[in-house]
Design a protein around this ligand. Structure first.
Ligand SMILES: O=C(O)C(=O)C[C@]1(C(=O)O)C=C[C@@H](O)C=C1
Length: 282
């Protein structure tokens, strides 16, 4: 089975995908959008993409494409500890760094470190931490550095000049397995952290108490929400969709009735699946 992931090799997403699918063929993609497209076109059956980081928050691109691609659902979630290192080509020196490249999430997770120690040096977004590391390895004539992981340093032959530069010791990223099926992924070898259901909700029109009405559907049934995120619909300022996670194993009657009640108040629900959350190693 082919599994797409946000590449290139040695991205954090690959580290997650390799633990989730140790025996499958992993296909690197240039962007999160390409991972969704690979599923839609049938080139791959599943993909692994980042959803949320404990320091920097939601990976908005993933949320946007979940919304825009209703055929793509969530099969599982996996949480992995994240450690960032600053690295250069071994032929360069720390004194003459002129630019620092990385994925925007990694730059944001290391913002205070970079601002304290490399304030004057411009930072530039790259499609992934591993893509930044690869670029540094292929351009030794320019004095550039990348924020990436230990595997990227090893694979691309880079020298780590600062270790563990993330701003908070506790740094975890939540990845999701996406596919055209819901919640079918199982893995007895990984520790299971819990179960949850994921859904995207849009309100029919803006009216007082609209979100309150939606939340009360969960509240009076004592269904615990572990995440609620609003994201712009891109149809004008003030228009949003909501990503909601409801904790706990799926109970057909309770959850089914909640979904029916949401429909009855004209909320639009794209149910992404009920799935397990696994713990990965760094
Ligand atoms: O750039 C990478 O290596 C990725 O896999 C992406 C990503 C993300 O989008 O959050 C994954 C984990 C880290 O939080 C930093 C970057």
């Amino acid at each position: 089975m082919k599994i797409a992931f946000l590449g290139p090799h040695a991205s954090f997403t690959q580290l997650a995908a390799a633990q989730l699918f140790p025996d499958e063929e992993l296909l690197p993609q240039a962007s999160i959008l390409d991972c969704f497209k690979a599923i839609e076109s049938g080139e791959v059956v599943k993909a692994v993409v980042p959803l949320e980081n404990s320091i920097e928050g939601t990976v908005s691109m993933t949320l946007d494409y979940l919304y825009k691609t209703p055929s793509v659902k969530i099969e599982a979630e996996a949480v992995m500890p994240i450690a960032h290192h600053l690295m250069i080509h071994p032929d360069n020196s720390i004194e003459n760094i002129e630019r620092i490249y990385s994925h925007p999430q990694a730059l944001a997770q290391s913002f205070h470190f970079l601002d304290t120690h490399y304030k004057e040096i411009p930072k530039q977004d790259f499609s992934s931490t591993a893509a930044a590391a690869k670029f540094v390895s292929e351009n030794k004539e320019t004095a550039i550095a990348a924020v990436a992981n230990q595997f990227a340093a090893n694979l691309y032959g880079l020298k780590i000049i600062n270790r563990n530069i993330q701003d908070f010791e506790q740094n975890h990223t939540r990845f999701i397995i996406i596919s055209k099926q819901q919640g079918t992924y199982q893995n007895n070898k990984l520790e299971t952290l819990g179960e949850k259901a994921g859904m995207l909700i849009t309100l029919p029109e803006d009216h007082p108490g609209g979100l309150h009405q939606v939340l009360s559907v969960f509240a009076w049934r004592k269904m615990n929400l572990s995440k609620i995120e609003s994201r712009t619909l891109k149809t004008g300022l003030g228009n949003y969709f909501f990503f909601i996670n409801v904790e706990g194993p799926w109970e057909e009657v309770l959850h089914g009735n909640a979904l029916k009640e949401l429909e009855s108040i004209n909320a639009n629900v794209d149910f992404l699946g009920n799935y397990k959350e696994f713990l990965l190693e760094s």
